[in-house]
Ligand binder design. Sequence first.
Ligand code: GTP
Length: 365
Amino acid sequence: MQEAIILVGGKGTRLRPLTNHTPKPLLGVAGSSFIRHQVAKLMAAGVEHLVFATSYLADLFEDEFRSFSRDLEISYAVEEVPLGTGGAIRNAGRLLRGPSDAPVLVLNGDILSGVDLRAVLEQHEARRADVTLHLTRVADPRAFGLVPTDGSGRVLAFLEKPKTAEECVTDQINAGCYVFRRSVLDAIPADREVSVEQETFPGLVARGGRVFGHTTADYWRDLGTPLAFVHGSADLVTGRAASPLVGPPAEALIHPTATVDPTARVTGGSTIGPGAVIGPHVVVDRSIVGERVTVAEGARIHESVVDHDASIGSETILREAVVGCHSHVGAENELPAQLRLSCGIRIPAQGVRVSGTAAACPTAH
Ligand code: GTP
């Protein structure tokens, strides 16, 4: 029986306020919670038993999967205090059922990837590896820890983020998807916080463990930041990224219960949630508009997330913004790019503008 662990216990601080009430893996992406896309991918790769390593808002995962498919058995390993990625893997390992040499798939809960999981498992077995890591190539390696390998794919080191051009010895980075031999996973301490990236993997390499990389050029994106999150969702809708849960490539995914005025333009892989109302001449591009959101005439929403029950006034412009649930952005605002509005905030009409004509001063001088 193929088993897997998904790490879903992080607080997702970079995606606040979306993650104030919802763990990052349960946020909606291309019409389903992100974790459902990952679970569908695991099932397609033959996984029959899945352990969720939860901590932050753990109960919500059980709610999400209460009446899920009988083809997948789901267990929950809940951490009272987050144990870090390594501690979480070991803690979840207690619930595995396979023998000590069984290969166990482990995924970060926030990576959208086109990697062929069966191929990673096959390579792991063929090399009799202790751990096999999926590695992806990035255009600019400076923002990442690097993972150089030798000609046979054996990992040579886990290097900190490079500071100089000379330190950019490879463009390969850890893609957040691993296969562990179960006995290796069982040897990680579970009584304290441990990072696999900083402690477990470098320790294995230093002791001569069989740690291999499986490097691919498949689609790969870490959805940890707001912009990456909306881009990942849009890529699923437009077909740049694949998921068993998403239909054929489209310009937009509009829920059947949403109302979109015929003069509105919803493009770039945007998602419009249930019960949302999109007014005349609105532009929604490469964005996620949540459940019951209303967007009034002429508003423009680019590369942004508007969380459920929020409202956007007429002629307002959002760029790379995150609008928390139940917030109201009045008419004729232009929010600075990358602004994150907390849940329930109200901005009056013409309250914020970064360009163009400001409203006439309403006070007496
Ligand atoms: P930020 O706070 O925005 O950095 O997000 P995060 O908390 O999700 O952290 P990060 O992106 O580094 O985590 C990568 C993956 O590991 C995510 O799927 C997290 O849910 C998961 N994760 C991180 N720390 C823990 C932990 O202590 N326990 C468990 N179970 N999962 C964790």
